[in-house]
Structures are given as C-alpha cells and as structure tokens.
Design a protein around this ligand. Structure first.
Ligand SMILES: [Zn+2]
Ligand SMILES: [Zn+2]
Length: 143
C-alpha cells in the first residue's frame, strides 16, 4: 500500500477530502491491525488537537460505507475497525479470558464454498470472529 492511498481512493470516488479528514485518513493508514475510533482520535490529536471525536466517527462511517474498512465485533468494549487490506484472516476469541488468536482463510474456505454451492448463499466471511473457550477456560466450562 502506498502512503496516502486512502486519500487517493476517496478522491477517485469523488469524495471531498478536507485537511482534517486527510489527517484522519493518514493516521488510519499508519495503524496496523485492529483499531478503535479512540485509537484514531488519540493519533490525530497529536497532529491537530482541534479534530474532534465526532469527525473521527464520521470519517470511519464514510470509509465503512465505501467498503474500505470493516467493522469487527471482537467482544471488547469498543467496536474495532480494520482496513480491507488486513482482512485475509479470521479470529477466535475466548469468551472467558478474552485471549484470541488468528487463523488463516483456508480453514474457513470449505464452509464458504459449501454455503455457496449447496445453499446458494454468499457468506460475508472476509473477517470472521468465532467466540468460544480456550483450552484452559474450556476445562471449567465443560465442568
Ligand atoms: Zn483481524
Ligand atoms: Zn480463555
């Protein structure tokens, strides 16, 4: 990904990129993996302290509407976002202790294929979170 690609992408789609919005977009690009609106807000405050949280939320909404970021419920208190470019994996999260690990797309591919061929259903499974119990917490869960 070349720096500034989010800005370029928005301009290409005819969206007006204000200076404040440009700062937010650059901050999002620089953050790897999962981010929250608060993370973005903290980062942009270092550049321009007049940017408020509402503007950050509006920009994230815009990016989600354009399908450039995906919203992921990881079971944490805040909704997390990830850039589309981040999406070639999935997550398993323990309900008990919150520990999580990533697993590759190949693991889910047979299920997605079967849903498509057998059920004629297109799964939106580009970034899936599966909740459950890890090895140590599963012990207590199973009794
Ligand atoms: Zn992820
Ligand atoms: Zn656990």
């Amino acid at each position: 990904m070349t720096p500034g690609y989010l800005i370029e992408e928005l301009k290409r789609r005819g969206v007006r990129v204000t200076p404040q919005r440009a700062i937010i977009l650059e901050a999002i690009e620089e953050m790897p993996g999962h981010i929250t609106a608060e993370d973005v807000f903290t980062a942009v405050q270092r550049v321009n302290r007049y940017i408020n949280l509402a503007t950050v939320y509006r920009t994230l909404d815009l990016l989600r509407g354009l399908d450039l970021i995906i919203e992921t419920d990881m079971g944490a208190s805040a909704v997390q976002f990830a850039l589309r470019s981040h999406a070639a994996h999935h997550h398993a999260v323990c309900r008990q202790c919150g520990r999580s690990f990533e697993f590759p797309d190949e693991l889910l591919a047979p299920v997605i294929d079967e849903l498509a061929t057998h059920y004629r259903f297109t799964a939106d499974a580009r970034h899936v979170v599966i909740f459950g119990w890890c090895d140590s917490c599963g012990e207590t869960e199973r009794g």
